[in-house]
Design a binder for this molecule. Structure first.
Ligand code: ARG
Length: 466
């Protein structure tokens, strides 16, 4: 094929001047929408089968076009296919080569179809696959969190509010908090997939087509669950992209928060965890450094995903019905979000199995923080003292412990009796961290017992997804 033949625009008929070269490069999308090629061909194959089914094409025409599309598919897969920006987008590139390869009959492919319903279909097929891949990756990270929680159900760490030591919790419980967040994200993905998996094909440019198409037939071939109900809506809205990117933003927000903890915990100030050498990097100047770059980058990459969400919402907000070329701008943001979320989940799936929990450091930090003060107040409540009064008594006791540089459990009974006559020997087991976490033994509580139960439930849930 000569490159001249290859670049005749399918819409050239109405034009008497050739396109300005700036316009060509400003309007092209093939440099990025070639990512849709496999789904574009899948959509076209289903479309011609349907056209033959309703007798708009003969069976022979359908076979010729299908064979042509299949050979183009292998050429793209093997990297032999040459893309031309002069042919604007993935759709026109493939169609042009089809006509060159199989001749005149190739020109019948676009019967009863427009690039407007074609691109909306391609995007939905592409995104459906991406959502399935991301769900699998998310489930892998969730599984790893459950594995850690299972191992660390009894490991004690300080729990924080306001980033101050608050009450002891189990590390397993802490890990399961992240699991819960990701589980909601996974459900959100499933829910948004249902709205993605609706077929716009048949809407044509905006009003539908005069050919006797059988949309159910095409939808079944392509695995769509339903047909769009309004052609104007179907070719123009990209809410399904925005919804996915919003779900992606929530995934990133959760990973970013988790990353912040990873970074803090790995510092020598905390010293709660270590990550495998293969999953960290060093400093070019400070030989002692081992940096948690992966969580830092995940935290940093969250910004570009939020940026894409804003870009896409803004892209849509001023568009009158129906299709406008603005929509071409949806792809780079969407692709970047897919790539970023996938890379970050891959980072977590690889990094978490190398996590080393430094139990002694966590325990020591938990002991430093007067974390059982609430348990001490609860003890007084059990002896009949109103909670507010108990709170004040324990506040004074903690102040005394700080002044005498003592742990609460190291104060003598004589010391304690200065603050309340209700203290007795039986306070001491309550002041132990172990007793404190074990006492929070109800659904949603931090007791090792509950962590084990929650781990079992999470494993059942994960198994139910297969
Ligand atoms: N490249 C276009 C896009 O991404 C395909 C649809 C173009 N339709 C048109 N009538 N120019 O949205």
């Amino acid at each position: 094929m000569t490159s001249k033949q290859a670049t005749v625009k399918p819409w050239a008929g109405r034009f008497s001047e050739s396109t300005d070269s700036f316009v060509e490069s400003f309007t092209e999308s093939v440099s990025f929408d070639q990512r849709l090629a496999m789904h574009d061909i899948a959509g076209s194959l289903a479309h011609v089968q349907m056209l033959a089914h309703v007798k708009v094409l003969t069976d022979t025409e359908c076979e010729q076009i299908s064979a042509g599309l299949q050979s183009i598919r292998s050429n793209i897969e093997s990297g032999e296919f040459s893309w031309h920006t002069a042919l604007e987008d993935v759709h026109m590139n493939i169609e042009s080569v089809l006509v060159e390869t199989i001749g005149e009959v190739g020109k019948k492919l676009h019967t009863g179809r427009s690039r407007n319903d074609q691109v909306a279909t391609d995007l939905r097929l592409y995104l459906r696959e991406a959502v399935d891949d991301i769900s699998i990756q998310l489930i892998a990270v969730m599984t790893e969190l459950v594995n850690i929680a299972d191992r660390e159900a009894e490991t004690i760490m300080p729990g924080f509010t306001h980033m101050q030591s608050a009450q002891p919790v189990t590390f397993g419980h802490h890990m399961l908090a992240w699991y819960e967040m990701l589980q909601r994200d996974q459900l959100r993905l499933t829910e948004c997939r249902a709205r993605i998996n609706i077929m716009p094909l048949g809407s044509a440019a905006l009003a539908g087509t005069s050919f006797p198409i059988d949309r159910e037939f095409t939808a079944q071939l392509l695995g769509f669950d339903a047909l769009s109900s309004n052609s104007l809506d179907a070719v123009s809205d990209r809410d399904f992209v925005i919804e996915f990117v919003a779900v992606g933003s929530l995934i990133m927000m959760h990973l970013s928060r988790f990353s912040e903890e990873m970074v803090l915990w790995m510092s020598s100030q905390f010293g709660f965890i270590d990550l495998g050498d293969a999953w960290c990097t060093g400093s070019s100047i400070m030989p002692q450094k081992k940096n948690p770059d992966l969580p830092e980058l995940v935290r940093g990459k969250t910004g570009r995903v939020y940026g894409s969400l804003m870009a896409l919402l803004t892209l849509m907000k001023g568009q009158p019905l129906a299709y406008n070329r603005d929509n071409q701008e949806d792809k780079e943001n969407l692709f970047d979000v897919i790539d970023t979320v996938q890379a970050c989940l891959q980072a977590y799936a690889g990094m978490l199995p190398t996590l080393v929990v430094k139990k002694e450091a966590m325990l020591e930090a938990a002991e430093r923080g007067y974390g059982t003060a609430t348990d001490m107040a609860d003890y007084l409540v059990h002896k009949g003292i109103p909670f507010r009064d108990a709170h004040a008594i324990v506040g004074k006791t903690v102040q005394f412990a700080i002044e005498t540089q003592s742990k609460l459990s190291a104060l003598s009974l004589a010391d304690l009796l200065q603050f309340s006559e209700h203290f007795d020997e039986d306070i001491y087991p309550i002041l132990e961290l172990k007793g404190s976490v074990a006492a929070r033994d109800h659904k949603g509580g931090t007791a090792p017992n509950q962590v084990k139960k929650a781990v079992r439930q999470a494993r059942d849930y994960l198994a139910s997804l297969n």
